[in-house]
Design a protein around this ligand. Sequence first.
Ligand code: 5AD
Ligand code: SF4
Length: 473
Amino acid sequence: MHRLTPHVPIATAPPATPKRLHVITWGCQMNVYDSARMTDVLRPLGYAPATDAASADMVILNTCHIRDRATEKLFSELGRLRRIKDARAAEGATTIIAVAGCVAQAEGREILARAPFVDIVLGPQTYHRLPEMVARAARAAKGEGNVGVIDTDFPVEQKFDFLPAATGPQLPGGVAAFLTVQEGCDKFCSFCVVPYTRGAEASRPAASVLDEARRLVEGGVREITLLGQNVNAYHGVGPDGSTWSLARLLTALAAIPCLRRLRYTTSHPRDMGPDLIAAHGDLPALMPFLHLPVQSGSDRMLAAMNRGHDRAEYLALVARLRAARPDLALSSDFIVGHPGESEADFEETLSLIREVRFAQAFSFKYSARPGTPAAGAEGQVPEAVKDARLARLQALIRAQQDEFNAASVGAVMPVLFTGRGRKPGQLSGRSPYLQAVHAIAPDGLIGSEATVTIEAMLTNSLTATLLRERACA
Ligand code: 5AD
Ligand code: SF4
């Protein structure tokens, strides 16, 4: 493949005077990962992370377009940033404002038109070119070029080839990290903007994923969540030149010493191949908790949503997964009020939830995304109806979640300690099912796995007593 060279070589950029970078992240875990990588890309230019916008030389607003009032939210936040920029300018300081992520991708020109004080607009595929954009924005600030740098291409080069090494954990506690292995989506669900903002489905080469994972583990990471809009569609080139599936990649990752936990998200039911189902039984490091969005339990709605499977196929898939890994717990995404959804369709969703029994789920009111097929479809559902359905669905999910957590009491399970708890002497961590767990334990166990007995369920967490440490292997 033809590769472009970035105009400012990342590795050799001179260490400039210290500057402060504040990144505001909205949306999914992929955005959290992207924000961390943008921070890495700018570090050689002298930018160190700042916790607030008021003292930052550069602010990146990493946006999400998937639901709700993405555009209004962006312009209201930009209004706040403009006041900061003006106040700093009055003191002789410059502030570069960059808008990144999916709203930037979808509305790049409109952003510069409505908010001309924005210096850079970049899409999710071009952040490896940030150093070049910052240089251009700085020239523009001195009156030496056009104002407003916009880069929302889907470039031919792979951004991952140009990124400096990931610097380590991105979550507080530093033990659990995200790692993007796949981006984009070719599924074109009726309601979803992702295929338009993130582009076609593309996978990262396995060797680069394995390298990044090894570096993260050397930096203390014990749990890695592989990310992708359609992560189980992963089909990266392997070190041997063959195409690797997600199952193959997970198997290779599971062999990295001290990498105790693997997860992946988000998956499409249609891409749950037999080897991936089998991996849930074969790989102890693969956590028994799977996010498998179904969106609706109604065949009519699943067809209208262009999901490519029906209710019976989803239920059969859940049965196969549970046969491979009997202690598997599931989570899902649901949309209520997709155009055309009748009361009977909604009841089908509730009945699917009762049948599967989820440990957790995310649920949303349908919100029209301009340019998607559902946005112009007939049968838009009134907001009040959506509100009522969402409340009923969330009550059912909440009950199932409480039931799942209550069933953990008395269980013996591994917990990965990520940091100190609220009470003195307590550490907090998470279970294989991503439940928050607190236990009295020595600080030295932060960053390690230990076996605990779950004692009680609180509103949003579990308490436990420590049984024994599990050495890293
Ligand atoms: N309206 C409501 N929810 C949506 N999602 C995606 N697009 C929309 C939309 N237009 C939800 C889906 C998806 C999750 C990430 O966001 O449930 O799985
Ligand atoms: Fe959007 Fe559907 Fe692709 Fe998921 S599978 S990213 S919901 S188009």
